[in-house]
Design a binder for this molecule. Structure first.
Ligand SMILES: Cc1ncc(COP(=O)(O)O)c(C=O)c1O
Length: 371
């Protein structure tokens, strides 16, 4: 039986009918941009997270740009980012006029290395930093990142595009962040019916700046206090996300169960799987296995022949991308991010994937590793 890497069509039995009803309501009432659906979404997300505020926007890349601009990053400013992330993290810094300094990862948790981060801050004196919560968990040293930056008044933006639903010490990972961004791209754990995103924030001042930046810098309809842009969320996205929130716990538990089952089975098979640091409950965004780089191509070929989807998230570090030329200001650390990009192999994991499908994946992987 073929198993796709991701299948977004596993809706609950009553979901589509309810969504069609919502679509009709949004359309009949022309709630197309912003409006009560967006307000309801923002309120729900604030309540669930315990953060001061949440500002909805057009996508997770804009969310990063809004956060960077909100803390004052502009032309020529240095911003420290991890070397292992999605390109949007790098891109957002450059689009705000900044220059990225990459920091290598800690091979134990695959997140930015805190000691190297400290070194980068001392050496480059950046204007801001972005810590990415990669793969569905976060850094074992999250508290140290936060307190180090707080003590130095260094704005720390947490790129939480992949970490919706992750808990840290029993609370939302976004709680305690100065600013944390989210992506609601359809393949995310809370995915929309189009591109969408948002920023969690810790103060009313940040909330005000974020709202104005994402709505043309408006003070009122035809008065502009700053240059922003249009990053408003559509009413359809907000309404879809509001509906998905009603099913969220079931979707999250399904992902977590599958993630845990992978861990147990892969461990028995002798496959290297990174451990989730103590204090976290992962959200099951991605399965991560670490293959010997010299064998990974053969494993991929065998999986493809068996009809099993897989991913390589991500096949290259930021500092080695051709697009980094002329923008990268510095790179701190060794080559762990490059080792990760040569080793990582992600197996299928999505809400409501069946155990039979998962067994099929594991059997195909077992055969691939034997051959
Ligand atoms: C770590 C990370 N940052 C930022 C983004 C950008 O989000 P979006 O695709 O919604 O712009 C993503 C999306 O995949 C991501 O994984």
């Amino acid at each position: 039986m073929p198993v796709p890497f991701i299948d977004l069509r596993r809706f609950e039995p009553d979901f589509l009918q309810r969504w069609l009803h919502v679509c009709r309501d949004v359309t009949q009432n022309t709630r197309f941009v912003g409006g009560p659906d967006v307000v309801r979404l923002e309120d729900s997300l604030v309540q669930a997270s315990g953060c001061h505020g949440f500002v909805a926007c057009a996508n997770g890349t804009d969310a990063l740009q809004l956060a960077l601009r909100a803390v004052g990053v502009g032309t020529g400013d240095l911003v420290v980012i991890p070397d292992a992330t999605f390109w949007a993290t790098f891109e957002a810094v450059v689009n705000c006029g900044g220059r990225p300094v990459t920091v290598d990862i800690d091979p134990a948790d695959l997140q930015m290395d805190f000691d190297l981060f400290r070194e980068a801050v001392e050496r480059y004196r950046p204007r801001a930093a972005i810590l990415v919560h990669l793969y569905g968990w976060g850094s074992a040293r999250l508290d140290e990142f936060r307190s180090f930056c707080r003590e130095r008044s260094l704005p720390l933006i947490e790129d939480g595009a992949q970490s919706f639903g992750v808990t840290w010490r029993g609370e939302s990972i976004y709680r305690g962040a100065e600013l944390a961004t989210v992506s609601f791209y359809p393949a995310k754990v809370l995915g929309s019916c189009g591109d969408a995103g948002g920023v969690y924030c810790s103060t009313p001042e940040l909330e005000d700046r974020l709202r104005r930046l994402g709505n043309h810098g408006r003070q009122d309809h035809y008065r502009y206090g700053m240059v922003g842009w249009n990053s408003r969320m559509s009413g359809f996205d907000a309404a879809y996300l509001n509906l998905c929130l009603e099913y969220f716990e079931a979707r999250l538990s399904s992902r977590r169960r599958l993630a845990q089952r992978y861990r147990e089975r892969l461990h028995e098979m002798g496959v290297k799987v990174p451990a989730v640091p103590e204090g976290y409950e992962e959200n099951g965004y991605l399965n991560v296995t670490l293959q010997a780089p010299e064998h990974r191509e053969a494993v991929k070929t065998a999986l493809a022949e068996a009809g099993i989807g897989f991913g390589e998230v991500y096949p290259g570090s930021m500092s080695t991308q051709p697009g980094a030329d002329g923008h990268l200001y510095g790179a701190v650390g060794g080559n762990q991010a490059q080792w990760l990009s040569r080793s990582v192999l992600n197996l299928p994991l999505f809400a409501y994937m069946s155990e039979a499908e998962q067994d099929e994946v594991l059997t195909a992987l077992g055969r691939a590793l034997e051959s």
